[in-house]
Design a binder for this molecule. Structure first.
Ligand code: IVH
Length: 717
């Protein structure tokens, strides 16, 4: 009977113990499918349902709780310190070939052959080659298939007990699959995927918090945390690559077969590995992985070659603390220290101003880098970066190079020495350890860079909204950096609806200098268009027709099309309804704008800034001069509407009116329709199956009416 059948059978009328066991097995299987194989069989909601069922069972019958229960992944408490653990089999390191050419692979093969006493014409040695993951080494001890201890490498002899932190990592099985031996220690690497790392830093940046230097430091820092809940929030991953102590298991003959066996036990093993003959295979693997390095979802700092036969490994043995049968072959470092020569401002498609570091050119992650992002002013300040400093640059994967830290002045001599010895890693690590604040009390930070007040591209005012970390150009349509985006926004279906004006065409028009502003669109002629790449005369004519048709529009569409920050479709409608005429909106004070339904201080300020700038007013005037027009209305006399100033809430299904119709009618009568009931609600309109909103209204003593009463109130019946 499969686990699923077992569960299905038991769920009819199961004994709690049986049901809990079946749920555990099922949940562990789904966790393996999800985290290790990346091939879930059930939706997340189904997993959650099973999980909650098991949780409820365990709560009702605490005696059913087992250490391999998936409910126990984040069950640990905050510790005072980490306990020391002695490794039964020491955790060794490997010798490193630091040259990044194929010479390293050949040197290793030659050494192995010499130490095995092989003649020059003896057949090639078989090797296993795999990735050198850039994380931290850990050991997982399974007894009778259950994870009983997880530890860091420490000095190789003694590490720290981090079991409860490792349990939070979904990829680490709490229980091995199949026939597990009495004792199996698995060695491997905990790491953080680049996308998980970027997401974490993005969150930190948005919250104005300190960002992390690289995935490796982040993973290493997390694993040594005392609070497992913090570890769970970091999203770590794991790959197995070797063994520690083993009892009661007949080892396979080769390293490759051993990894296959670990995989069969449910442990994650990287698929990026080969078994091959001689130096040739190693060189090919080194090159193959080098070409793919940027595409991997995680950082590696090299590849590892191992003699495949475990018998030969035993024969070769160890030299001091390193096996003679393995070597690490590096790739160019993904982090380097260099000088920050200057800071320039780049304006993005959305108007965001990004400080860009101008660097003393440096070879990092396989290419020479002379520009790197500093993200935003606040991050630059938090890092205490100054022009002239030694900074750490990181370039990994397809992420744009970034300045991730500053080398504290106390470490600068180390950086200089490293530049001579090539030991950049030591500096980056030391800087990460020290952190930018390490020297704060002694050396006050005096920035030597300022954000410009005017956009360097178009001269428009630079603004930063409250609570926002980013500075922005307020130029919108007049800013060359934002032109393409602005035109596409203006042309989209929900705005001016100019069919045929898509990505590729806009690229050509803007790059060719044919269109510099929105009004330029209406100056396009057949000859200019037909001369463009891949533009047939027929499509040119169609586009001109679409442009002509777009001239007759509505005020909300036009307003939305201008691409004013925070002015979406519905705000544009509210504005049009409230003011009736564009000139009134353009001339409104922030106070007057705030009177509009749903317009708050952020929107009011954005609108005001936009229309306060002469070039924006000029663009609007030119568009109107080109023939863009709409029907203007009278401003709504909101105060005189019957329900002005009243807030309504709709709940349940009304007999004849849809939710949208009811809302529209209420709004037309001047009422505001809110989504939830509060003390400020004047009236609740309740229909069939009204829920918690109705209860809340009753609780607060707010009047409740039905559809008939509503229609009467609106004078419709
Ligand atoms: S084997 C006895 N294989 O590199 C050999 N190590 O100095 C033990 N590492 O910190 C190591 N990927 O955590 C081995 N595929 C891999 C590896 C790997 C990364 C790390 C390991 C240790 C260092 C070895």
């Amino acid at each position: 009977m499969s686990q699923t059948d077992l569960f299905a059978a038991n769920s009819q009328n199961p004994e709690p113990a049986q049901e809990a066991a079946a749920l555990r097995a099922l949940l562990n299987r789904h966790a393996h499918l999800y985290y290790v194989l990346d091939a879930p069989e059930v939706p997340d909601a189904e997993y959650d349902r099973l999980f909650q069922r098991l949780q409820a069972l365990e709560q009702a019958h605490p005696e059913l709780l087992t250490p391999d229960s998936p409910t126990q992944r984040v069950g640990g408490r905050v510790l005072d310190s980490l306990r020391a653990v002695r490794h039964r089999v020491p955790m060794l390191s490997i010798q490193t070939e630091t040259d990044t050419t194929e010479a390293g692979a050949r040197a290793f093969d030659a050494r192995v052959r010499r130490e095995l006493g092989l003649a020059a014409d003896a057949p090639p040695v078989e090797y296993a080659a795999e990735l050198k993951f850039d994380g931290l080494a850990i050991s997982l001890r399974y007894e009778d298939g259950l994870l009983v201890l997880g530890s860091t490498r420490g000095d190789g002899e003694t590490g720290e007990d981090v079991t409860q932190n490792l349990r939070t990592i979904g990829q680490i099985p709490l229980k091995l699959q199949g026939e597990a031996p009495p004792v199996l220690e698995v060695r491997g690497e905990v790491y953080m995927r680049r996308d998980d790392f970027e997401r974490l830093n993005e969150r930190q940046r948005e919250a104005g918090e300190k960002t992390f230097i690289n995935p490796r430091n982040t993973a290493a820092g997390a694993i040594r945390q005392l609070d497992p809940a913090l570890v769970a929030a970091r999203k770590l991953s794991f790959f197995a690559y070797g063994l520690g102590e083993v009892q009661g298991w007949a080892l396979p003959d080769t390293h490759g077969a051993m990894l296959d066996a670990l995989q069969a036990f449910g442990l994650p093993v990287s698929a990026e590995r080969i078994v091959g003959a001689g130096a040739q295979a190693l060189v090919a693997f080194h090159q193959h992985v080098a070409a793919r390095r940027d595409e991997l979802p995680f950082d590696i700092d090299g590849v590892v070659y191992k003699v495949n036969s475990l018998a030969l490994q035993r024969q070769l043995g160890f030299k001091s603390r390193e096996p003679r049968w393995a070597v690490a072959h590096k790739y160019p470092a993904q982090e380097q220290v260099t000088r920050l020569n200057g800071i320039e401002i780049q304006v993005g498609r959305t108007g965001k101003l990004t400080p860009v570091a101008k660097l003393e050119p440096v070879f990092v992650g396989g290419t020479t880098v002379s520009n790197a992002t500093l993200h935003n002013l606040f991050e630059l300040r938090r890092k205490r970066a100054r022009v002239g400093d030694q900074v750490i640059v990181r370039r990994a994967g397809d992420v744009i190079p970034e300045v991730v830290g500053v080398v504290p002045t106390v470490l600068a001599p180390l950086a200089e020495r490293a530049a001579r010895t090539g030991d950049e890693e030591a500096v980056v690590d030391a800087a990460a350890q020290a952190g930018p604040t390490a020297i704060a009390p002694r050396v006050p930070y005096v920035p030597n860079f300022r954000m410009p007040r005017q956009c360097p591209i178009c001269g428009s005012a630079v603004v930063r909204e409250k609570g926002e970390v980013n500075h922005r150009c307020s130029g919108g349509i007049v800013c060359a950096a934002q032109r393409k985006q602005a035109i596409l926004h203006y042309a989209q279906r929900r705005a001016m609806d100019i069919e045929g004006l898509g990505d590729k065409l806009v690229d050509q028009l803007v790059d060719g200098g044919i269109v510099r502003s929105l009004p330029d669109l209406y100056r396009l002629g057949l000859t200019a268009l037909a001369a463009l790449d891949r533009m047939a005369e027929k499509s040119a004519a169609n586009l001109l027709k679409a442009l002509e048709d777009s001239k007759k529009t509505t005020l909300p569409r036009f307003l939305f099309g201008l691409g004013i920050r925070h002015v979406g479709e519905s705000t544009a409608k509210d504005l049009a309804r409230h003011f009736g005429q564009l000139d009134r909106i353009m001339d409104a004070t922030e106070g007057q704008l705030l009177e509009v339904n749903d317009v708050g201080p952020v929107v009011a300020q954005s609108l005001h800034t936009f229309f306060a700038q002469p070039h924006n007013r000029e663009a609007v005037a030119q568009l109107r001069a080109a023939g863009v027009h709409w029907e203007e209305g009278a401003p709504a006399e909101r105060a005189s509407l019957p329900l002005a100033g009243q807030t309504f809430v709709l709940t349940g299904t009304l007999p004849t009116l849809s939710r949208d119709e009811a809302k529209e009618r209420l709004e037309a009568a001047g009422a505001k329709v809110a989504g939830s009931v509060s003390k400020k609600t004047h009236c609740v309109v309740a229909g069939e199956e009204a829920g918690s909103k109705l209860d809340k209204a009753r609780e607060l003593g707010i009047p409740v009416i039905d559809e008939a009463a509503l229609l009467a109130l609106l004078g419709l019946r």
